[in-house]
Design a protein around this ligand. Structure first.
Ligand SMILES: NC(=O)c1ccc[n+]([C@@H]2O[C@H](COP(=O)([O-])OP(=O)(O)OC[C@H]3O[C@@H](n4cnc5c(N)ncnc54)[C@H](O)[C@@H]3O)[C@@H](O)[C@H]2O)c1
Length: 319
C-alpha cells in the first residue's frame, strides 16, 4: 500500500474510470470524480467509496471547486470517438482541446503535484509502420487524434513553462468490463453475436490494432500517479500484440462459443488508421509497467461480463 493521495479523476464515471477508480480506492487513495455523464454513468461507481461531482471540465469555476484539497489529477474526460470526431470536429475540439487546457490551467493555479492525462497511440500517430513508440512522428488523420496531440502539447508546455508535473499516457485500444456504453469493435462484435447479425468489419479485415485490457490501463495510470517521472513525459501503454480485424472477429466468436459466426465486410471509414500496435518498452523502463492479461483470456472474461451485466434481462445500467 502506498501513501494515499487525494485524487480528482475527470471522466471517472466512464469505461476506463470504472476500473481505475476501484483500483485507486483499493490502493488507499481518496478519489473524487468530476463527470458530466455524457457517456459515463454514476451507476458505474455504485457501491464504490468515492465522491461524485457532476460538472463539465470546460467550466472554470466548477473545476476550481472540484480541485479543493486535491493532490493529483487523472484526466480521462473526453469526447472519445474517432468516427464522431470526423462527423462533429467542433464538439471534439471543445471537449478535448479546450477542456484539457482548462484542466491543466486549473491544475497549475491549484499547485497540483501530478497530472496524468489519457492520450492515444494509434489515432495520434496516424498511418505509420508499426510498432509505434515515443520516437514515432505524430501525424493524426482524425480530429480526435489531433485533439489528443494538442492536449499533449499543452501538457508539455505547462511542464516546461510552469513546472506542472504532467504525464501523458498514450493508450492502445482498451477493452474490458464496464464498456457496455462504448462503440468499440469488440462491443460491436459481441452485440452482433448476441442478436444473430453478422460481425461487420470495415475494410478487408487486414487492418490491425493493439487491444489492451482495462485492468492493465488502470494499473499504468496508477503507476504514473505514484511515480516521480519528470513533467512533460509521454508514454505508450499497450500490449505490444498486433491483432487484425479478421483475427479479432474469430477471437470474439470463439469466446462466445460460436466459432463459425458470420462476418460481413464493408468499405473502410475515414479517419481510421490501417495497421497499428505499439511498443511499451519506455513505460516498462520508467514505470515498471507490463501487460498482465493475454487477449484470449481478456476477451473471454469480457464476453462473460457482457453476459452478466449487459445481455442478461436483469442487467440495469451496468454497461
Ligand atoms: N477506450 C479506448 O479504447 C481509449 C483509447 C485511447 C484513449 N482513450 C482515452 O481514455 C479516456 C477515457 O476513455 P473511456 O474509454 O473511458 O471513454 P468514456 O466515454 O467511457 O469516458 C469518458 C468520460 O468523460 C465524461 N465526459 C465527457 N465529456 C466531459 C466533459 N466535458 N466534462 C466532464 N466529463 C466529461 C463522460 O461522461 C465519460 O464518463 C479518454 O480520454 C479517451 O480519449 C480511450
Amino acid at each position: 500500500m502506498t501513501d494515499g493521495k487525494r485524487v480528482l479523476v475527470t471522466g471517472g464515471a466512464g469505461f476506463v474510470g470504472a476500473t481505475l477508480v476501484r483500483q485507486l480506492v483499493g490502493r488507499g487513495h481518496a478519489v473524487r470524480v468530476l463527470d458530466n455523464y455524457t457517456t459515463g454513468d454514476p451507476a458505474h461507481l455504485a457501491g464504490v467509496d468515492t465522491e461524485l461531482v457532476e460538472g463539465d471540465i470546460r467550466d472554470v469555476a466548477g473545476l476550481d471547486a472540484a480541485l479543493a484539497g486535491i493532490d493529483a489529477i487523472i484526466h480521462l474526460a473526453a469526447a472519445g470517438s474517432v468516427v464522431k470526431s470526423v462527423e462533429d470536429p467542433v464538439t471534439n475540439f471543445e471537449v478535448n482541446v479546450l477542456g484539457t487546457f482548462r484542466v491543466l490551467d486549473a491544475a497549475r493555479r491549484a499547485g497540483v503535484q501530478r497530472v496524468v492525462q489519457a492520450s492515444t497511440g494509434g489515432a495520434l500517430i496516424g498511418d505509420a509502420t508499426p510498432p509505434v513508440d515515443e520516437r514515432s512522428l505524430p501525424k493524426p488523420i482524425s480530429p480526435y487524434g489531433a485533439s489528443k496531440l494538442a492536449g499533449e502539447g499543452y501538457a508539455h508546455a505547462f511542464a516546461k513553462a510552469y513546472g506542472l508535473p504532467t504525464v501523458a499516457l498514450r493508450f492502445a485500444n482498451v477493452y474490458g468490463p464496464w464498456s457496455g456504453r462504448k462503440q468499440g469493435v469488440i462491443n460491436q462484435f459481441f452485440k452482433a453475436i448476441r442478436t444473430g447479425e453478422p460481425m461487420v468489419i470495415f475494410g478487408d479485415g487486414t487492418s490491425s490494432r493493439d487491444y489492451t485490457h482495462v485492468n492493465d490501463i488502470a494499473t499504468a495510470l496508477r503507476l504514473a500517479l505514484e511515480s516521480d517521472v519528470p513533467g512533460g513525459t509521454v508514454l505508450h501503454i499497450a500490449s505490444g500484440v498486433e491483432t487484425t480485424a479478421r483475427d479479432l472477429a474469430r477471437l470474439c466468436a470463439e469466446a462466445a462459443g460460436v466459432p463459425d459466426h458470420p462476418v460481413e465486410f464493408r468499405p473502410s471509414r475515414p479517419g481510421e488508421v490501417g495497421r497499428n500496435f505499439a511498443s511499451y518498452d519506455l513505460a516498462s523502463e520508467v514505470l515498471g509497467y507490463a501487460p498482465t492479461i493475454a487477449r484470449e483470456d481478456g476477451i473471454a472474461q469480457t464476453w462473460q461480463w457482457f453476459l452478466d451485466h449487459v445481455f442478461s434481462t436483469s442487467a440495469a445500467s451496468a454497461g
